[in-house]
Design a protein around this ligand. Sequence first.
Ligand code: SAM
Length: 249
Amino acid sequence: MSDYDYIPKLYDVHYDAPETDRQSDEFFWATVGGCKQRFNIHDYATLYRIPWLYDIALYHNLVCRTPTEMSAAIDKVWAAAGVDRSGLRALELGAGSGAFGHELRHTLRIPHLEAIDICPEAAEAANRDRAGLYDAYHIDDLTNLSPAAETTLRKAKFNVVAMASATGWGNHIPLAGFETSFDLLIPGGWYIFHVKPNDPDPECIELCAWVADKVNNGALKQAYRGSHFHRKSSNGSDIYYDVVVGVKQ
Ligand SMILES: C[S@@+](CC[C@H](N)C(=O)[O-])C[C@H]1O[C@@H](n2cnc3c(N)ncnc32)[C@H](O)[C@@H]1O
């Protein structure tokens, strides 16, 4: 039994060997509606249009374990800190189809959970495959929020801002988006960040420096940092990311 057995096994998914080591250059084959097609793992809009396809390709084929790894780490930190979860109000960044949201809601028992993603198909996938998971799903660019979204998100007074698997590689949330998300969190709130250390990707380097700076200048009090298995690469190697759980000062 795996914690991901609730995701159906469909489409006979199998991967191509990657042409480079870049995580964004992985491709797989899937048979959808009788037609065998090739997909890029970072072509989110296309993947989210097909029920469960992103989840199958990530959580079954590449055994991505980030949602459960992160929720287990957060659970320990909150248990040790005696956090009263009944008052938690969370915003999940780059929420996609909702696999991490599933853990935030069902494992960590966060009573109020909102999501934001730049991609309209992400909200469609979450609402279709995990109906009722989020209290609200905002479709907006974290680097350039619409005035209406900004007002709504500020009013929500989030005391948790959490993100899994949405840093780096040129098509995830850029630095400016994380700065905005940090600003949306109330002081004393939990900031939960996920980043790949020691990778030559310029965005990963920049984001590692950004979170280190937040800790060093006292804006974020780090309660936990640990290396966790993220997923297999399509060439079979293991990919690890750092999970950071901190409190905004
Ligand atoms: C790897 S996927 C999401 C994975 C998801 N967190 C999960 O647990 O399965 C990264 C997401 O970041 C979103 N994203 C990229 N740039 C963004 C931006 N500027 N603002 C908001 N979301 C963004 C993408 O649309 C994509 O859905």
